[in-house]
Design a protein around this ligand. Structure first.
Ligand SMILES: *Cc1c(COP(=O)(O)O)cnc(C)c1O
Ligand SMILES: [Zn+2]
Length: 420
């Protein structure tokens, strides 16, 4: 398997010991020839695989193996039937956005509860093919949970580096439950990434962060499945939250390949939403700059977005250039309100995911998105990933809490209609 530096074009083999960036500092992209791929034939095969059970091709990632990692032997693939997630419309959500048609693609329904599974199944499988037995990541939580799950299922060892502060306890507990070796450190996600970039090779560890281009290959399946769900006609807008910007990187590569292979006729526009106090990418783009100035102290309640130096920003910038894309930032209060709307719609998500809807609402109000256009928001993580957020809103009445729904005591001996 072959990668290429996106900055200088240098070819880089994806073999052991793995390199995760070019000597020039550029990010890597998997490169393979798309010659000989027949879109119509593959569409038919992808449709047939939807009916499968009990084979890796029943997975919502490996269904698209030809477009992700055709050279990986089936025997090394560790799959938990990831993907295959729901695409929903909820009236309250559509009304809240101020539009007529909004879809939610619920990657929260993945086996470990976040979209990280789409990429992780691919990274772990590739690492196994190279003979690695120890897998590592630095993470605000969901990458750790996903890695821990796949490593456990594949009989390998996982080590996860987790910042001591500003993370969701649920996610760390999930990693502990799967048997990961959890190492907490003083510092931010960005410090953890820097450590791995400098030391993973020496320590014989396979890195499962999004610097690893194989994770990005797996995450392309989110766009593939959305496109297939919509009969290969994407909505006008795809809206996603931006933290480390891995999702944006994968979406960009997926859309580029789908378009050049003729799976889709037109490119959608893309909106990347950041949390106001962790928005270095939005500030760069809004300021018309082409270099990212890291935020040394990001601080948002949406813990999955609490990232000051998003590694994949050059790929995200390329996505914006190719899709006439936009960025927007939203306050934590708006995120929590949008989350409550999604929860009340019977779908639910963790705070970071709701940034997409909060951002879409802002863009409609700013006149950037027209109410008659269509949009799909990516819901990145599950409602139960952050139960503290539910407690804060509904029990403690924080975050405005205009839709607060606390429990009320009832005396069963004399309960009347007013009580129930
Ligand atoms: C990882 C994550 C994000 C951020 O995605 P990036 O690819 O890092 O931009 C958003 N929401 C949730 C729930 C996540 O786990
Ligand atoms: Zn380079």
């Amino acid at each position: 398997m072959q990668a290429e530096c996106i900055a200088c074009g240098r070819p880089m083999p994806l073999c052991a010991p793995m390199a995760y960036s070019c000597d020039c500092g550029g990010l890597l992209d998997v490169r393979r020839s798309l010659k000989g791929i027949d879109a119509d034939n593959l569409k038919r095969i992808f449709e047939e695989r939807r009916a499968l059970r009990g084979s890796i091709y029943a997975s919502g990632v490996w269904r698209y193996k030809e477009l992700i990692a055709p050279e990986l032997p089936d025997a090394v693939i560790v799959s938990r039937m990831e993907g295959n997630t729901g695409l929903y419309q909820a009236e309250g959500v559509t009304r809240y956005a101020g539009m007529r048609r909004v879809w939610l693609k619920a990657q929260s329904e993945n086996p470990s509860g976040s979209f990280k599974d789409n990429g992780m199944t691919c990274a772990i499988s590739h690492g196994r093919a190279l003979g690695y037995r120890r897998f590592v990541c630095a993470s605000t939580g969901n990458t750790s949970a996903s890695l821990s799950m796949y490593a456990a299922y594949g009989g390998a060892k996982s080590i996860v580096l987790v910042p001591r502060r500003e993370i969701s306890e649920n996610k760390v507990l999930q990693s502990l439950a799967y048997g990961a070796e959890v190492r907490t450190f003083d510092g931010t996600y960005d410090d953890g990434i820097r450590f791995l970039a400098d030391h993973a090779e020496r320590l014989g560890l396979y890195v499962c962060n999004s610097l690893n281009p194989m994770r990005i290959e797996g995450q392309k399946s989110i766009a593939y499945e959305l496109a297939q769900d919509m009969n290969w006609r994407l909505p006008d807008w795809i809206v996603l939250p931006g933290g480390a910007l891995s999702n944006a990187a994968a979406l960009g590569k997926a859309l580029r390949e789908l378009h050049s292979l003729g799976f889709i006729d037109a490119m959608p526009r893309v909106a990347i939403v950041q949390a106001e106090r962790a928005s270095p990418f939005h500030r760069m783009h809004a300021g018309g700059r082409k270099t990212l100035v890291p935020d040394p102290a990001p601080k948002t309640r949406a813990s999955a977005l609490n990232i000051g130096h998003p590694p994949s920003w050059p790929k995200a910038l390329r996505l914006l250039e190719e899709t006439r894309g936009v960025t927007v930032s939203v306050e934590d209060g708006e995120i929590m309100e949008a989350k409550t709307v999604i929860d009340r719609g019977g779908i639910g998500c963790e705070p970071a995911s709701a940034a997409a809807l909060a951002g879409l609402r802002r863009l409609v109000r700013q006149g950037v998105v027209h109410p008659d256009e269509t949009a799909a928001c990516l819901l990145t993580g599950h409602l139960l990933k952050d139960t503290d957020a539910i407690r804060e809103y509904h029990l403690e009445g924080r975050w405005g809490a205009s839709m607060r729904n606390p429990p009320r005591p009832v005396d069963l001996a004399q309960a009347s209609r007013e009580d129930l």
